[in-house]
Design a binder for this molecule. Sequence first.
Ligand code: GTP
Length: 182
Amino acid sequence: MSILVTGGARSGKSRFAERLTLSLAGRALYVATGQAFDEEMKERIALHQRQRAMGGEAWTTVEEPLDVPGLLERYSGKETVLVDCLTLWLSNVLLSVEDAKDRQVLVEHEITRLEHSVRSFQGILVMVTNEVGDGIVPEYALGRLYRDLAGRMNALLARHCAQVFLVTAGIPIELKSREYLL
Ligand SMILES: Nc1nc2c(ncn2[C@@H]2O[C@H](COP(=O)(O)OP(=O)(O)OP(=O)(O)O)[C@@H](O)[C@H]2O)c(=O)[nH]1
């Protein structure tokens, strides 16, 4: 069963997704897509690591900025997985393509790979993503491409998820309930 947790920056979506995951399984694999490029991000990551450590032995952390589809295939049927977060994964993939003319096609191919790995995942999979398109229209073409790809990725994944939450001001709102599938 896959669950998608979306929301804006600092909405509390990571904390909610962590609590939700541990309410469904005692132990889980935390897949971090974030990369510590600067001091601010290093501090944020350290804070997340300290918070997870407070949960005792519940979490095993794996850092995977790019090959999230491959990782999901490897852990399918073996572990409960929380991926935090898919929009950072998407920007890592987008920025890893140097040639601008190939960018959209290659990133769309990766989103399709992700979609397949989510659909075939066996077990509990919780994914965190961001509501990127809620802000102002980005000034640059790359920003607009990112916004559009993120919106499409979220909609595609939400279709395959049994449950979808929007977290806003720390409050989770169930957008798609499990009964929806019945
Ligand atoms: N590399 C790495 N990244 C981590 C680790 N733990 C958390 N992160 C990253 O930290 C990011 C989430 O942190 P924040 O930027 O504080 O979250 P936010 O999305 O702004 O805020 P919330 O909505 O409140 O969760 C995610 O992209 C994770 O990948 C870790 O152990 N290693």
